[in-house]
Design a protein around this ligand. Structure first.
Ligand SMILES: [Zn+2]
Length: 256
């Protein structure tokens, strides 16, 4: 005959196991729910303000999207005209466009260059239209661009123009915001969606390294890979990219 103490211990042990199992199930569901990007879309546009922004923001996710059969287009809002000290705008743009083309070749994605100027990007009626026209022409079902609260003016302008196109299109594509050099550039960013990029991080790195004018591997480690490892830590893997999905909750009556 079992003692009351032994029965209590068995009961406690079973409850503890059940509780642990429930926690594991909840964690699995939560992790699964946090990665809805991969396998969901047919065509993705990644719109970054400068050559190297799309790659650092979400190169690993672009590669994973592609693996799942999604067409990926890398859109460079400017050609990085102001990004090489000692070079004229024309010289810097030529170098950085070639670097971007090299990076896109590594990733196997198509590059598109818009006509804004690095350090002098504009918001006006024509620029709103230009962004809307590009997105209308490409017809993506998802777009990733910069989180709008950012220390870099070009990042902010790029984000606002994409947001406006999304609104005017009646939210015809899913809109995600990503981060670049969080703390230095992206500010107040709390992700809602994570993508485990452990399987693509090496190729992402190779693509990023095509941007030779933007520094060495040590710079990449210092400014970008540290963010990937932080997000990986949050998502229970080694390297991750993180996003905020913009969910529109208004009714049609208010949607204007
Ligand atoms: Zn940038």
């Amino acid at each position: 005959m079992k003692s009351a103490l032994l029965e209590n211990n068995i009961h406690f042990y079973n409850m503890k196991r059940l509780f642990t199992l429930l926690l594991l199930m909840m964690a699995a569901v939560a992790l699964d729910a946090q990665e809805p990007i991969i396998g969901k879309y047919k065509k993705a546009l990644v719109i970054g303000a400068h050559p190297d922004d799309p790659e650092s923001m979400c190169g690993g996710t672009m590669l994973k999207l592609k693996e799942q059969g999604c067409e990926v287009v890398c859109v460079y809002f400017t050609s990085g005209e102001g990004g090489i000290p000692g070079k004229t705008h024309e010289e810097a743009a030529a170098i950085r466009r070639q670097e971007a083309l090299n990076a896109c070749e590594v990733m196997g994605v198509r590059a598109v260059f818009m006509t804004q100027i690095d350090g002098d990007s504009q918001i006006n009626k024509e620029r709103y239209k230009e962004m809307k026209d590009l997105i209308d022409m490409e017809k993506p079902d998802m777009v990733i661009t910069h989180w709008p609260i950012d220390a870099h003016r070009d990042h902010r302008v790029c984000s606002v123009l994409v947001y406006d196109a999304w609104r005017l299109s009646k939210h015809s594509f899913d809109l995600y915001y990503g981060e670049v050099m969080t703390g230095m550039q992206t500010q107040m960013f709390t992700p809602t969606v994570y993508v485990n990029i452990d399987s693509t991080v090496e190729l992402k790195r190779k693509a990023y390294l095509c941007h030779e004018s933007q520094g060495t591997a040590a710079n990449i480690e210092k400014w970008h890979e540290v963010i990937g490892r932080m997000r990986g830590h949050e998502f229970h893997c080694t390297h991750a990219e993180a996003f905020v999905k913009h969910v529109w909750r208004s009714s049609d009556m208010l949607d204007r």
